[in-house]
Design a protein around this ligand. Structure first.
Ligand SMILES: N[C@@H](CCC(=O)N[C@@H](CS)C(=O)NCC(=O)O)C(=O)O
Length: 203
């Protein structure tokens, strides 16, 4: 195997896409190693030796073996600071981390409830449960909508914050949950994001 950065991924995994966007934005040379989640390859002993949680992604950079997508992205930012995807000011960085945590952690229950319904065949979905989860999810996106007031990206310039949120938002666009009239700035942001080469590279 070459010395290039390796990303162990399942191509449609949002957690992998989050890292891929950052690798692309930074113009880093990397190769992807497919891990077939359907075959449970993420639970193979050799894979568990890299990530004891048995999940994708894993990033290997020389002797460094990392898991957890947001932590991988922080590593990439520190190891390869140009172009920078975090502002210099520690307060602004902390604010970005709060919003990353908010978007991923605090919208997770409603996201998972929508996902659970969308994974069912259409005729078997619980319409009431789906509607309730959608309403909650849309409401929980309002803080991100507010961040976008007068801004092209969530922290002004494109940052790890946008990369963190893109994959989940993308899923909800595919499911028809988004766009929603209550979140017009988020829709404009999404259009901007999907025009970026790093996002187009996701395929
Ligand atoms: N917090 C982890 C979550 C990773 C995760 O849940 N990955 C999913 C795919 S999106 C996975 O590997 N699922 C397979 C499994 O849990 O067995 C991260 O951000 O990297």
């Amino acid at each position: 195997m070459s010395d290039a950065i390796r990303l162990y991924e399942f191509a449609t995994s949002p957690n992998c896409q989050r890292v891929k966007v950052v690798l692309e934005e930074k113009g880093l040379a990397y190769e992807t190693v497919p891990v077939d989640l359907r075959k449970k390859e993420q639970k193979d002993p050799e894979y568990l030796a890299m990530n004891p949680h048995g999940k994708v992604p894993v990033l290997v950079d020389g002797d460094t073996v990392l898991y957890e997508s947001c932590i991988i992205n922080e590593y990439l930012e520190e190891r390869y600071p140009n172009p920078s995807l975090l502002p210099a000011d520690p307060s602004a960085r902390a604010r970005i981390r709060i919003l990353i945590d908010y978007g991923i952690t605090h919208t997770n229950d409603s996201h998972q409830a929508i996902r659970a319904e969308m994974m069912k065949p259409e005729g078997e979905r619980d319409a009431d449960a789906l509607a309730a989860a959608k309403a909650r999810f849309l409401e929980e996106l309002q803080p991100l909508e507010r961040e976008l007031e007068g801004r092209d990206y969530m922290a002004g310039d494109f940052s790890l914050l946008d990369a963190a949120h893109l994959p989940r938002i993308m899923r909800h666009v595919q499911w028809g949950v988004l766009p929603d009239p209550s979140l017009p700035r988020l829709d404009a942001w999404y259009q901007r994001m999907t025009a970026r080469p790093s996002v187009r590279a996701l395929g």
